[in-house]
Design a protein around this ligand. Sequence first.
Ligand SMILES: NC(=O)c1ccc[n+]([C@@H]2O[C@H](COP(=O)([O-])OP(=O)(O)OC[C@H]3O[C@@H](n4cnc5c(N)ncnc54)[C@H](O)[C@@H]3O)[C@@H](O)[C@H]2O)c1
Length: 112
Amino acid sequence: MLDIKGKHHWLITGCAGFIGFQIIHLLVENGQKVCVFDNLSGGNLANIKDISAKITFIQGDIASKKDLAKLPKPIDYILHVAGQISGPQSIADPLLTNVQGTLNIFEFAYVS
Ligand SMILES: NC(=O)c1ccc[n+]([C@@H]2O[C@H](COP(=O)([O-])OP(=O)(O)OC[C@H]3O[C@@H](n4cnc5c(N)ncnc54)[C@H](O)[C@@H]3O)[C@@H](O)[C@H]2O)c1
């Protein structure tokens, strides 16, 4: 059950993934303005096809500040669930997505 007072502008990273798509559906059902961001490396756009007309989808990588610059401002809340979930890949490249990408989201939150 989600109880949201008022209408806010939300950014969801990792929107096409398992956790992200469920959050987005809840927010849209609650009348929220939603912008979603994903590089589609692991998720599937089919997960959000049914609500595509009600959200703003931006394809991009959280590790890229250039991609993050495409995001609209201001954003009221960010739910950051983009993540590289493969263990072996995280060991091979521990910093890029889950560390640098998350730092980039913190920086975006600070300046937006
Ligand atoms: N699913 C679970 O039960 C669970 C439990 C605990 C923690 N988590 C964590 O929550 C996060 C999301 O999990 P999930 O199950 O939804 O994973 P998922 O793979 O289904 O979704 C992750 C999404 O992030 C996107 N993504 C990956 N790298 C990206 C990047 N560099 N830039 C932009 N988008 C990117 C993928 O395309 C995908 O849509 C992960 O960090 C995961 O480790 C998940």
